[in-house]
Design a protein around this ligand. Structure first.
Ligand code: PXP
Length: 254
């Protein structure tokens, strides 16, 4: 099957919010990205609304529906955001940890703390009861202990945190250990019939070793694509990345 590309367009909203004008248009960004071959749009509605705003969620969802492609809404387990998600009914919800002071999501959800685990369990169950067709993914580290805990929850996918791997790749450091962890994560998730997604910090270059090893069936990439769009244009960057993914179809087998 085709390895899917989810394009995170949060940073189009970051540019807009920097000046508080109506441009660049998040709707135009969503349309361009889908026209050029992205398989999904990903947005993160943060508690502090630093980029994506409430009205963007509905607007982007209208675009994804028009293209017949999924909207993946990233969010923390926050009551207000949960209700917005229910009102919008995205196709996918990716639960992430969220800290107000962080520049970007810093790591996976903590499923080891009992209180946290119960909160995430409650949120998943509540979301599934209100939105029976929604698919849920959890943003997690590639730790066997964490993934085993996750496999007891009503989820459809795990999005493995690739931020530290991507940083090692960017700094020309060894990343073999990350690849081994990711392969072990895939094995466990395939056994549990849970989809294996990836995201955070990835670039065109750091994507390649993961594709060569056939580890993930979906990649959610944002910051690098929007930055590279400054030089190449959003459409051409997405087109190139989408073609690259087409060269590496995903299979559940190793
Ligand atoms: N996946 C998750 C869960 C994220 O929190 C983010 C950042 O919002 C991304 C993917 C995209 O990361 P990046 O912008 O570094 O490509």
């Amino acid at each position: 099957m085709k390895t899917r590309l989810g394009v995170n367009i949060d940073h189009v909203a970051t540019l807009r919010q920097a000046r508080g004008e109506g441009y660049p248009s998040i709707v135009e960004a969503a349309k361009t990205v889908l026209q050029e071959g992205a398989d999904q749009i990903t947005i993160h509605l943060r508690e502090d609304r630093r980029h994506i705003q409430d009205t963007d969620v509905e607007a982007v969802h209208l675009v994804t529906k028009k293209f017949g492609k999924p909207l993946n809404l990233e969010m923390g387990c926050n009551d207000e955001i949960v209700e917005i998600a229910i009102a919008t009914a995205p196709d996918w919800i990716c639960l992430v940890p969220e800290k107000r002071e962080e520049k970007t999501t810093e790591g996976g959800l903590d499923l080891i703390s009992v209180a946290n685990f119960e909160k995430i369990q409650k949120t998943c169950t509540y979301l599934k009861s209100k939105l029976p067709s929604v698919k849920i993914s959890l943003f997690l580290e590639a730790s066997q202990e964490v993934l085993l805990k996750a496999s007891t929850l009503p989820i459809d996918a795990v999005e493995v945190h690739t931020g530290d791997y991507a940083k090692a790749h960017l700094n020309d450091e060894s990343y073999d250990e990350f690849i081994s962890q990711f392969l072990a994560a895939k094995k466990l998730l395939v056994e549990k019939n849970i989809n294996c997604h990836a995201g955070h910090g990835l670039t065109q270059q750091s994507l390649i070793p993961l594709l060569e090893k056939n580890i993930f069936e979906e990649y959610n990439i944002g910051h690098w694509i929007i930055c590279q769009a400054l030089f190449e244009g959003l459409g051409p960057v997405v087109k190139k990345m989408s073609h690259c993914l087409s060269d590496y179809p995903y299979t559940k087998e190793d």
